[in-house]
Design a protein around this ligand. Structure first.
Ligand SMILES: [Zn+2]
Length: 269
């Protein structure tokens, strides 16, 4: 008999915030527009002697230039969670957008796990179009290429097991090489969807967030998310402030939530 996969702890660590209205969060706008802010997260997966960071966030400079609020710098949030950024050895970068792939110099020892399709996209012809490159930072992409030349990039293609109980799943649409991370926990498999769904409402309404490279693939990826997770409460959207509201806070903090524990309140969207 094969042993069951190990169950990990998952911590959502919020580092940023943006006030905006719901009109900006759905393609085609929103008939009932109201405040619908975004939170920005990195995620820590740990247990069984393993530690994995999912995404690296943006830094103060990008926050300033792009008008985002930095609620707590990524390195400080990680430190509050008991993790030294410079010691982290494995990082999954879900996609190369500025709010997921910045801060590369904070992680000198890390191997970065990316999808082939993402690096091909953000270093290729598509980036000649200003509209397509606007959510990328050239220096983040250059930092990843530099890491590649230091032997610190691991490429993945499609669905792959990363560690026992942790797998990567390419979910194209928002970008060509976006990958979700599926993690076994005590409450079952939890899927860190990243920007395959910014909000639970993108999923439940079936309406994409407006930054998109392929609508059909995006909607297919929603279907795949539902296949990968035992319930919608096991799918963690990339930017939904309800994540912090719904899941138990890490003791002593207000900006970290435990996603391996059951939600303490129902979804409202
Ligand atoms: Zn994002």
């Amino acid at each position: 008999m094969t042993p069951p996969p190990p169950a990990y702890e998952i911590l959502a660590v919020r580092y940023g915030h943006l006030e905006r209205t719901s009109t900006h969060n759905f393609i085609g706008g929103d008939d009932h527009a109201g405040p619908m802010p975004l939170d920005y997260f990195v995620w820590l997966v740990r247990g069984h002697g393993r530690l994995l960071l999912v995404d690296t966030g943006f830094d103060a400079d990008a926050a300033r230039r792009r008008g985002r609020q930095m609620t707590r710098p990524v390195a400080e949030g990680l430190k509050a969670a008991g993790v030294a950024a410079e010691a982290i050895e494995d990082i999954v970068v879900t996609h190369m957008h500025f709010d997921h792939a910045g801060n590369i110099p904070l992680f000198p020892r890390a191997r970065f796990h990316v999808q082939d399709a993402e690096m091909t996209y953000c270093t290729g012809r598509a980036m000649t179009h200003p509209h397509l490159r606007t959510a990328f930072e050239g220096r983040d992409v250059a930092g990843m290429v530099q890491s590649l030349y230091e032997g610190r990039v691991v490429f993945h293609a499609g669905d792959e097991e990363l560690l026992p109980g942790i797998s990567l799943h390419r979910l194209a649409g928002h970008t060509p090489g976006l990958q979700a991370v599926r993690v076994n926990t005590a409450r079952g498999a939890v899927v860190l969807a990243s920007d395959a769904a910014h909000f639970w409402a993108n999923l439940t309404r079936g309406v994409p967030f407006p930054i998109l490279v392929d609508l059909a693939q995006y909607l297919e990826s929603h279907q795949r998310l539902r296949q990968l997770a035992p319930s919608i409460d096991h799918i963690i959207p990339g930017h939904d402030p309800a994540v912090l509201a719904r899941f138990p806070a890490e003791p002593g903090t207000i900006d970290m939530a435990r996603l391996d524990l059951p939600p303490r309140m129902e979804r409202t969207s």
